[in-house]
Design a binder for this molecule. Structure first.
Ligand SMILES: NC(=O)c1ccc[n+]([C@@H]2O[C@H](COP(=O)([O-])OP(=O)(O)OC[C@H]3O[C@@H](n4cnc5c(N)ncnc54)[C@H](O)[C@@H]3O)[C@@H](O)[C@H]2O)c1
Length: 256
């Protein structure tokens, strides 16, 4: 069975991705800065191993890849953090911490994977971005910029690494009922307000994201690279659906 690596896999979306990839026949290496939690999480998935590692620590990431003893066929950059606060007052340390885990660490892990995949004849990488990288969330600090950066970096990697047989894409989750958003959706009024804005009428699940990752990491996506697939029930593109227009207006602009 081929090896798949998932970062930020101790909980939330990363755990669901690991579960799905194991169901699809991958042997999964689950990486997380929370070593104890990822070891426990890996014990719940057949054949999986848990590794405690900070993905923003390049020597530690390189050592982790060396220790696998085989080249992964799929690497999923899922580890991410958010630090909220208005841009006017946000502490620089929070701004930079979010860039480091979401953007810089994605580069560190993707490059460690790609150097090895290039020698092995290719592979697939999937980076987890966010709807926040397409439409900015107020008070989300550098999170949206980091995720937009990941999307563009992914395109650049796709251009530079395509001839090496490496495909690299993003999955951009929308409003997800789980993971880091749990505290948001534990408020019933916020939950209802948000759900009501989604064209498909519900919040997304971690499993919805895992299904998209599984597809982009599989041979079924063998001609897809450099894409940022929004998995959001249609919410990101639906702003005009929420703007009123007088019912009496049935024509605008020139009529002939
Ligand atoms: N849940 C959502 O609503 C949502 C929406 C859009 C995008 N996302 C993205 O999905 C991904 C997963 O989010 P989640 O909701 O499962 O979050 P989560 O907080 O539940 O899990 C993230 C995991 O990443 C790990 N992690 C953090 N920093 C790390 C580091 N430096 N090295 C290794 N591991 C580290 C954490 O320990 C944690 O286990 C993130 O990239 C996030 O930005 C989530």
């Amino acid at each position: 069975m081929a090896l798949a690596v998932v970062t930020g896999a101790a909980r939330g979306i990363g755990f669901a991705i690991s579960n799905r990839l194991a169901d699809d026949g991958w042997t999964v290496a689950m990486l997380d800065v929370d070593g104890e939690a990822v070891t426990t999480a890996a014990s719940k998935i057949a054949g999986a191993i848990g590794v405690g590692v900070d993905v923003a620590d390049e020597p530690a990431v390189e050592a982790t890849f060396d220790a696998f003893g085989e080249t992964p066929g799929l690497v999923v950059n899922n580890a991410g953090i958010v630090r909220f606060g208005p841009l006017m007052d946000l502490e620089l340390a929070k701004f930079e911490a979010v860039l480091r885990v979401n953007l810089t660490a994605t580069y560190i892990v993707a490059r460690a994977a790609a150097r090895r995949m290039a020698k092995a004849g290719g592979g697939a990488i999937v980076n987890i971005t966010s709807m926040n990288g397409v439409a900015p969330g107020p008070n989300a600090g550098s999170y949206g910029a980091a995720k937009a950066g990941v999307a563009l970096l992914t395109q650049q990697m796709a251009v530079e690494w395509g001839h090496l047989g490496i495909r690299i894409n993003c999955v951009a989750p929308g409003l997800i009922d789980g993971g880091m958003s749990e505290p948001i959706y534990s408020d019933p009024s916020i939950r209802e307000a948000r759900e009501s804005k989604v064209p498909l009428g519900r919040l997304g699940s971690s499993e919805d994201i895992a299904a998209a990752v599984a597809f982009l990491g599989s041979s079924q996506a063998s001609y897809i690279t450099g894409q940022n697939l929004l998995v959001d029930g249609g919410v990101t593109m639906s702003i005009i659906a929420h703007l009123p227009r007088p019912a009496a207006v049935d024509t605008v602009g020139m009529t002939k």
